[in-house]
Design a protein around this ligand. Structure first.
Ligand SMILES: O=P(O)(O)OC[C@H]1O[C@H](O[C@H]2O[C@H](CO)[C@@H](O)[C@H](O)[C@H]2O)[C@H](O)[C@@H](O)[C@@H]1O
Length: 360
């Protein structure tokens, strides 16, 4: 186990996923300075985990997943400090327009939980026709990107709009619009797949996970091409820990892969320095907005993986992030919307405003 952690840490330092300052060296009495503790993505691996074969780590995943589930969260009160810090993007619509004045808006939209409501069966997370029409109109006004943890092909099969940019597999599979778009010239035949070397290993792990998790009722493994998801949503909560143990038992043989957590899902991804935030930067650059002060990216998402993009925007003081949530959550987003219906209202208002002002 110690070797497994050390190999991972060394790889992450080499690939600059983490910096030395993120690794906590546990200098013991014997003067040992090996990396015994480090923050591994969202999860704390500590010496206790090493000793107990990862028990503490599994507990922290499961506790964190439980803590994030609606039955354990309280909807925020309108007066709470959270909503004051992350006000509704609908209530602040005029202020947002003011912030974007004179700049080119570029829209980034997450899929699950943002454009489609969360449902039990990931294969049935359909988008309404009303939402599709709204997104179609939006893409006529602004360059629009769908950013998803799903494979690009899968998310396209739900959205079905050829005029959009798609960034599937958490941004590891980016493609420009098929159909003519006013922005296409700049992004002709745009294709970015920074994790192609991991395709064989992801499909191998996917098959192993399918096999291993068969024994757990309700567990579902999804192949997202450059990454994979293990779904906990339909598994009895008492079995979550067993499922997490199974996932870990498979993953421990793959030091080049890592785990992140989403909404009742564990996601298996290559250890490369690429995420939804990097995808956002790459797309802005491809559209010709690198180091540009006249661009205003708006990123709307509901998941932990969207935080990478919110953080980029916050750090660069460029555009804004909108978190879709009914619950107070720690976030780098500036504004909030409660559910996909509110996302649709917000997008409709943007379209309406753009159409009114473009004739001026
Ligand atoms: O980046 P996203 O587009 O938000 O993708 C993240 C994951 O979304 C999907 O899972 C989530 O939605 C499912 C359908 O509503 C739900 O059943 C599941 O519990 C959620 O985690 C997708 O199936 C995953 O592969 C994505 O990684």
């Amino acid at each position: 186990m110690v070797r497994y952690i050390e190999e991972n840490i060394t790889k992450m330092l080499e690939t600059k996923i983490i910096s030395k300052s993120e690794v906590l060296y546990a200098g013991g009495d014997d003067g040992d300075t090996s990396p015994a503790t480090k923050v591994f993505q969202d999860f704390q691996i500590n010496e206790e985990d090493v000793g107990r074969g990862g028990g503490g780590l599994i507990r922290s995943w499961v506790d964190s997943m439980r803590a994030c589930s609606p039955s354990h969260l309280k909807p925020f009160n309108k007066q709470s400090s959270w909503i004051k810090e992350h006000p509704s993007a609908l209530n602040m619509f005029e202020e947002i327009l003011h912030e974007s004045e004179g700049k080119q808006i570029v829209m980034f939209l997450d899929y699950d939980g943002t454009l489609s409501p969360i449902v039990d069966d990931p294969d049935r997370a359909f988008m309404s026709n009303k939402m599709r029409n709204t997104v179609r109109k939006l893409a006529m006004c602004f360059p629009t990107v769908i950013v998803s943890g799903r494979s690009r092909e899968k998310v396209y099969s739900f959205v079905k709009l050829t005029e959009l940019y798609y960034a599937g597999s958490h941004g590891m599979d980016i493609k420009g619009p098929e159909q003519n778009s006013k922005y296409k010239k700049k992004t002709q035949s745009l294709l970015c797949q920074p994790a192609t070397e991991f395709l064989p290993v992801i499909s191998e792990v996917y098959m192993k996970l399918v096999e291993k998790t068969k024994s757990i009722q309700g567990a579902k493994v999804e192949n997202n091409k450059f990454c994979a998801s293990v779904h906990f949503r339909c598994v009895d909560e008492n079995k979550w820990s067993d499922l997490a143990h199974l996932v870990r038992s498979v993953l421990k043989n793959y030091p080049k892969l890592m785990l992140t957590q989403g909404r009742k899902v564990l996601e298996i991804r290559p250890i490369i320095k690429w995420d939804k935030g990097k995808a956002l930067e790459f797309l802005l650059e491809s559209l010709g907005y690198e180091n540009c002060t006249h661009v205003f990216p708006i990123y709307i998402g509901d998941d932990r993986t969207d935080e990478d993009a919110f953080k980029i925007l916050r750090d660069k003081k460029q555009g804004l992030g909108i978190l879709v949530s009914k619950y107070a959550k720690e976030t780098n987003a500036s504004y909030s919307l409660q559910e996909p219906d509110e996302v649709m209202d917000f997008l409709e208002r943007l379209v309406e405003w753009k159409n009114l002002t473009s004739g001026e």
